[in-house]
Design a protein around this ligand. Sequence first.
Ligand code: OKP
Ligand code: ZN
Length: 334
Amino acid sequence: MRLFFDDAQRTHAPARELHNGAFTAYAETPARIDAILRAIGPVEAPEDRGEAPILAVHTQAYAAFLKDAARLWRDAGREGDAIPYAFPVRGRRPLDLTRIDALIGAHSFDATTPITAEAWAASYGSAQSALAATHAVLDGERAAFALCRPPGHHAGADYCGGYCHLNTAAIAAQAARDAGIARVAILDIDYHHGNGTQDIFAGRGDVFYASVHADPKTDYPFYWGHADETGEGEGLGTTLNLPLPHGTRIEAFRAAQSTALDAIAAFDPGLLVVSFGADTWEGDPISHFALTTPNYAVLAADIAARGWPSVIVMEGGYAVDALGHNVASFLSGF
Ligand code: OKP
Ligand code: ZN
């Protein structure tokens, strides 16, 4: 399997995040990259396909904000990473605001996603890795893996959150659409619901989004991922949410994934994007499922058995010592 990663993806390294009312060490560290690389072996650097495939998903204003935020933060006399504190909860409308605190709140849905000076370059590399894997599959590979970090599935068209800036799964899916694949499906098996991916495609009938995740009644991101969210307008019926309780083990997870795969099969996609998170592992420090390392090969084999050309993008997984083994197990199942 071809594997893609860009060294620029290492550079984004926030110092701290707001967690349960206190600043703690940022969980989504560059060390995650080395853990995965040690386990999966040599990777290819992606070709640079420019900003167009990113702007096919994200707004120009949001991209400009990601590039500018750290400089605006410094210009305001601040040190460290840019962090929002005010959010336009009651309706978002196009106000011409320029103060950093107004911009960052308008382009964020949480306070746990600091914007560093390197956030754009690292996320741009992550997006290019996803695009390289997508084009490898479009060119005939059965499956390809993008070591995306920062992750992507919480990022919407014009907002960041959940350690994510650019939605790599959405960028991959849209690139496949733009290459002529009529129907694309996204299977999200990270522990957390991929609210950004859902938002991006909720109103579209050409991209199916299915997610197996921790119940948002108990887990972040709380406001998305409930079972009654099934899409809107032309996209009605092409969103499927399968929330599961704390303590979920392989039997229940595998059954839910089968339900998602059956729904995707009925949609009959020409290409599958898998948002893979290893934060469903039993020892993950911020999550509460109980999958084991060998379980990932089983889940991947179930996906591969469906026969769709598949692009795998990395999402979460925060138990750094086990992360590489969990990713290697998953890829072995393909
Ligand atoms: C990103 B991905 C609250 C912790 C929540 C954000 C989690 C983002 C997960 N105390 N922090 O889906 O793995
Ligand atoms: Zn996650």
